[in-house]
Design a protein around this ligand. Structure first.
Ligand SMILES: Nc1ncnc2c1ncn2[C@@H]1O[C@H](COP(=O)(O)OP(=O)(O)O)[C@@H](O)[C@H]1O
Ligand SMILES: O=C(O)[C@@H](O)C(=O)COP(=O)(O)O
Length: 423
């Protein structure tokens, strides 16, 4: 049996590549699996990130899937478990960060873990338990309007406490600033007070690197991708460029976007301004029974030879809310995801071998539709977003280069920049 340093469970697919990206940059040899593998691990790697699509499903289902992933990772000899969620702490009123954390703790027999979505490279910082996105609090960042997980409170202790029966505490910035020993002392104190989960402040990568050694003996770590930069050293792993090598890229290029986040709206506008072809998908036409997938593929086919095309349902908040009002939040989301996934499959059948997907839920739907089971992680395009490579059933088993872009990650010119990075 191989012995993994880290066994990771990510609650969405973009989040999984984000975590894998930070691990790879720290020299960790990583494989990302799509769902829980049915066979033992074949590759010789230091970490596996199991990508689930469990962020917005019913808590009981999220728990069941996460426990399956845990069991498989334990069977591969994982020494530490890392539950990865969003750097904007995306959750519904029912969970799933709290319920999944609690279930993993129970299964591991662990009485204490941390929780921090801090990811300073992407301007997510936690101070006094409050999450900032750039210069503003989470609930003023646009995340209060997210189609599936509106975040209306920036106080993570309060948000997490509402989702778990374990007592939630805080390891604040003054402790983290004093280093790993101070964090260990604070953990002992919180444990004594009956705290089971502590939100941890971090405003810089230095904070995360100071935190790392204090987490060495913790069976379960829960966090965004940021905490990952401080863990590899605990296993004697050092940065190496070898970890991110991918096969050479070829084939046609396309972008599909189902993300309605602010950054993606800007990226869609910027791509349209380059003059490359772009086609919007109208959810109400899908709901009316129009075969939008066939329309889009017929439009794209003659254009692809000249360079990348963009297909998007990305829309501003007022338009999304209006569609949701008519179709229902979950129904609208699932219907758009299904359509974009079918389009992604059709594009790959037309010869697309470099595909950018924007949106976490959207990426989950696309990767599943492409028949991908495992991904290799390559070089970073922008913080949190690497190119990946995978064998896809939709490509007749051939390799496809893919990037799964989290809604709010990436520079405005991300879509063009991504293809240039692969050239
Ligand atoms: N125009 C639209 N109207 C309503 N819902 C939409 C629209 N476009 C996309 N959606 C849905 O919104 C959700 C966006 O979530 P996701 O793909 O995770 O993006 P992000 O990464 O920005 O959160 C998906 O379920 C998607 O199908
Ligand atoms: O931690 C993050 O912000 C990302 O890795 C992530 O999970 C983003 O999710 P989506 O915005 O749904 O893509």
């Amino acid at each position: 049996m191989t012995s993994l340093a880290l066994g990771c469970i990510a609650d969405d697919f973009t989040g999984a590549t984000d975590l894998a990206n930070n691990l790879v940059r720290a020299g960790v040899r990583v494989v990302q699996t799509i769902g829980v593998p049915s066979a033992p691990l074949a590759a010789d790697v230091d970490a596996v990130v199991v990508a689930l699509k469990s962020r917005t499903i019913a808590p009981a289902d999220a728990i069941a899937q996460s426990l399956d992933a845990l069991k498989w990772l334990q069977a591969q000899g994982a020494q530490q478990i890392y539950f990865k969620y969003c750097s904007t702490f995306d959750s519904t009123a029912a969970g799933n960060i709290g319920p999944v954390t609690e279930a993993l703790m129970d299964a591991l027999g662990s009485d204490f873990t941390i929780a921090t979505p801090a990811f300073p490279d992407n301007k997510r910082t936690v101070f006094k338990g409050y999450l900032f996105v750039g210069d503003v609090l989470l609930n003023e960042s646009g995340m209060q309007n997210h189609p599936l997980t509106p975040m209306t409170d920036a106080n993570l202790v309060r948000v997490l406490q509402a989702q778990t029966t374990r007592k939630v505490g805080l390891i604040d910035h003054t402790v983290v600033a004093r280093g790993a020993e101070a964090v260990r002392e604070r953990i002992a104190q919180l444990r004594g007070e009956g705290v089971g989960v502590a939100v941890v402040d971090a405003v810089s990568n230095d904070d995360l690197l100071r935190l790392g050694p204090a987490l060495a003996a913790m069976p379960l770590v829960t966090a965004g991708s940021g905490v990952a930069i401080g863990l590899p050293a605990n296993f004697g792993i050092a940065p190496s460029s070898q970890a991110s090598a991918l096969p050479a890229a070829g084939g046609l290029q396309a972008v599909v976007s189902g993300s309605c986040s602010i950054a993606t709206n800007r990226q869609v506008m910027a791509f349209i301004q380059t003059g490359r072809p772009a086609m919007a998908i109208d959810p109400l036409r899908i709901a009316a029974g129009v075969d939008v997938t066939a329309e889009v593929l017929a439009w794209a086919e003659p254009l692809l030879a000249d360079g990348p095309v963009l297909v998007y349902s990305t829309a501003e908040t007022h338009a999304v809310k209006s569609v949701q009002g008519r179709l229902g939040v979950e129904e609208a989301g699932a219907m758009v995801e299904r359509t974009i996934a079918a389009i992604a499959r059709g594009l790959v059948a037309l010869g697309v071998r470099q595909l950018v997907v924007a949106g976490g839920e959207t990426s989950g739907a696309c990767v599943q539709a492409l028949g991908i089971t495992q991904m290799q992680i390559g070089p970073q395009i922008d913080p949190g977003v690497p190119w990946c490579h995978a064998l896809a059933e939709a490509a007749g088993g051939a390799g496809v280069h893919l990037t799964l872009k989290s809604g709010n990650f990436g520079a405005d010119d991300f879509f063009s920049k991504a293809f240039k990075a692969l050239a």
